[in-house]
Design a protein around this ligand. Structure first.
Ligand code: IMP
Ligand code: MG
Length: 171
C-alpha cells in the first residue's frame, strides 16, 4: 500500500488543528462527540493536545461495509447523547466523504438545543460530497481514493496502521 500521509505529517497537522480548536473555544467547556469507529486514533491524539475542560461521548455510526460508501443505510446509536442543552459540541469524525454521516449527526445534535455545534475531521475527500456541510476544522484534504490506517479500515482491517495509506487491494 502507498503511504499518503506519514506519521510525522499527521503529528504536525494534528498539533496545528488542536491549537486552532483551543483558540476557538478559549476556556469554555466542550462536549466532544466522537463518531466511532474511525475517529478512534484521531480523537485520542487530538484530546491530549486540548488544554480545555472537555467531556467525551462516543457514538457508533456505520454507513458502509467494505470500500463502498454508496447505497448503504446509515445507522446511528443516539441514545448515548444524553442532555446536551446549552453545551458547546464538537463532532470529531475521521473522514468527510459524501457528507451523509455528518449531516445526520449535526441534525441529531441541533435538535437538543445546544449552544453550538462544530465539526473537526481528519480528512476531507475531494469530489465526493453530495450533502452540503462545512467542517470547521480539517487536517487534510485528500483526493478521491479509498484510504486506510490511523483509525480507518477496509473491512475492519488496517485501523492500527500509524500512517494513512491508499488501499490498493480488490475493492
Ligand atoms: P459519509 O457519510 O459518506 O461522509 O461517510 C463517512 C464515513 O464513511 C466515514 O466516517 C468513514 O467511516 C467511511 N469512509 C469514507 N471514505 C472512507 C475511506 O476512504 N476509507 C475508510 N472509510 C471511509
Ligand atoms: Mg466513520
Amino acid at each position: 500500500m502507498r503511504v499518503l500521509i506519514s506519521e510525522e505529517q499527521i503529528r504536525q497537522r494534528v498539533d496545528l488543528v488542536a491549537s486552532e480548536i483551543r483558540q476557538t473555544y478559549g476556556h469554555e467547556p466542550v462536549t466532544i462527540i466522537g463518531v466511532l469507529t474511525g475517529c478512534l486514533v484521531f480523537l485520542a491524539d487530538l484530546i491530549r493536545r486540548l488544554d480545555l475542560p472537555i467531556r467525551i461521548i462516543l457514538v457508533q455510526a456505520s454507513s458502509y461495509r467494505g470500500a463502498t460508501t454508496t447505497g448503504s443505510q446509515l445507522a446511528v446509536n443516539d441514545d448515548v447523547l444524553g442532555d446536551l442543552k446549552g453545551r458547546h459540541v464538537l463532532i470529531v469524525e475521521d473522514i468527510l466523504d459524501t457528507g451523509k454521516t455528518l449531516r445526520h449527526m449535526v441534525n441529531l445534535i441541533q435538535a437538543r438545543e445546544v449552544a453550538s455545534v462544530r465539526i473537526a475531521v481528519l480528512m476531507r475527500k475531494l469530489g465526493r460530497q453530495i450533502i452540503e456541510i462545512e467542517p470547521d476544522f480539517v487536517c487534510f484534504r485528500i483526493p478521491d481514493e479509498f484510504v486506510v490506517g490511523y483509525g480507518l479500515d477496509y473491512n475492519d482491517e488496517f485501523r492500527n496502521l500509524p500512517y494513512i495509506a491508499i488501499y490498493e487491494g480488490q475493492k
